[in-house]
Design a protein around this ligand. Structure first.
Ligand code: SAM
Length: 273
């Protein structure tokens, strides 16, 4: 393994002060970073897309694990640091300078299967997650997502029905994927520490239920959770066919959205699709 200088030293040498605007909260603990890179099955020889490598802490851990990494970074100040990593792990790292929100991730990865690992910038994390989960093509090209979120967002992604954390994000993340909480990360692990705790979510694609239009499911959850305190017969009133679908599927129209399981939402969407 190449002998790399400590991350704090690299940051100091390159004068990389964390930018709040770019959602920069860096991880320096190499043991923690190695544990994060070990969350998906072995990365040896696997292609990985990383959004926001920053000074490259997680990138190093993945390269050490033998991954072939494509990293998209918006902050050009990080490019010289990443070029050093490229030199240390020849042929394993490609860096793209750009905005991950504007790029087509499947084409960056040359249309071949890939994992996504990222300590996401919080300001774009949820939008990217929704984008990865909303594709028309299923299974998607990504074969796993290992993503850092604010703990509250992570809990909304893996939430079971019945609680206040259960909502659109949970249905989106669970109707054709398996989503679990892989690790909680204390705020003190970051430099600078964010105000809230973080957690890593691990997601793998599952079989897509047959006969369900993703758009219909999306409209259904939007209507149901848009007025989550109301009974379904009220919140779904404006959606043609929804009340008949509740009846056909055997869901009591006096229930509220957060009591409806992911499977029940899927059955409702199938009846409406
Ligand atoms: N991976 C590093 C780590 O774990 O220490 C840095 C993580 S930091 C939370 C998020 C990184 O994403 C920053 O380096 C930031 O510059 C970058 N970033 C923010 N918005 C981005 C965007 N739209 N596209 C690509 N990178 C972005």
């Amino acid at each position: 393994m190449p002998d790399l200088p400590p991350l704090r030293e690299v940051i100091a040498r390159h004068g990389l002060s964390a930018s709040k605007k770019l959602g920069q909260n860096f991880l320096f603990d190499e043991q923690l970073l190695d544990r994060i890179a070990a969350i998906p099955e072995s990365l040896a020889g696997e292609s990985v897309l990383e959004i926001g490598p920053g000074p490259g802490g997680l990138t190093r851990a993945m390269l050490r694990a033998g991954a072939i990494v494509t990293a998209v970074e918006m902050d050009e100040r990080c490019l010289p640091v990443l070029a050093e990593l490229d030199e240390a792990f020849p042929g394993q790292l490609t860096v793209i300078h750009g905005d991950a929100m504007k790029l087509d991730h499947d084409s960056i990865m040359s249309g071949k299967p890939f994992h996504i690992l990222s300590n996401l910038p919080y300001n774009v994390g949820t939008a990217l997650f929704v984008k990865w989960q909303s594709g028309d093509k299923w299974p998607p090209l990504w074969c796993s997502l290992t993503l850092m979120f604010q703990q509250e967002v992570a809990q909304r992604i893996v939430a079971p029905a019945g609680g206040s954390a259960f909502g659109r994000l949970a249905v989106l993340a669970q109707w054709r994927s398996k989503a679990s909480l892989a690790m909680k990360v204390h705020r003190s692990a970051f430099t600078p520490p964010p105000k809230v705790m973080s957690a890593i979510v691990h997601v793998t694609p599952d079989a897509e239920p047959e006969g369900v239009s993703p758009r219909v499911l999306e409209r259904l959850t939007e209507a149901a959770f848009g007025q989550r305190r109301k009974m379904l017969r009220q919140s779904l009133k404006g959606m043609p066919g929804a009340l008949a679908a509740l009846d056909a599927v055997g869901i009591d129209p006096t229930r509220r959205a957060e009591t409806v399981s992911v499977d029940e939402f899927v059955a409702l969407a199938r009846a409406l699709s």
